[in-house]
Design a protein around this ligand. Structure first.
Ligand code: FES
Length: 111
């Protein structure tokens, strides 16, 4: 397992972009829960943000892709509106140990 970040690096109601080896991740803390996803929009396969650490819509109710505005549920990663509706962000499973966030490496994708 790799350490990804500390849980207190992400504030309640905020999002943060994280580098994890070759991967980019989205971390969101929402109602006391941490959620982690690959930072890759299912629509075009590109990162979601246009400003660092800004992944949420104005009301902070959804994760939003800045390119075409797709909205994703924070709790599940499901796209509920936009060009990739019905698809989802890839969740990253993690465990917490002493305030640190750990996850198994993602297998590399075949080229
Ligand atoms: S690239 Fe994300 S909605 Fe089009």
């Amino acid at each position: 397992m790799d350490q990804i970040c500390r849980i207190d690096e992400i504030e309640e109601g905020q999002s943060k972009g994280l580098d994890w080896g070759e991967h980019k991740l989205i971390a969101v803390k929402h109602q006391g829960q941490l959620y982690l996803y690959l930072n890759r929009c299912p629509h075009r396969g590109i990162p979601l943000e246009w400003q660092p650490d800004q992944f949420l819509d104005l009301e902070r109710q959804f994760i939003q892709c800045s390119t075409h505005g797709a909205l994703f549920r924070i709790e599940t990663g499901d796209c509920i509106q936009g060009p990739c509706q019905g698809q989802a962000l890839q969740p990253i499973e993690f465990s917490l140990r002493d305030g640190e966030v750990w996850a198994d490496p993602i297998p590399s994708e075949p080229n």
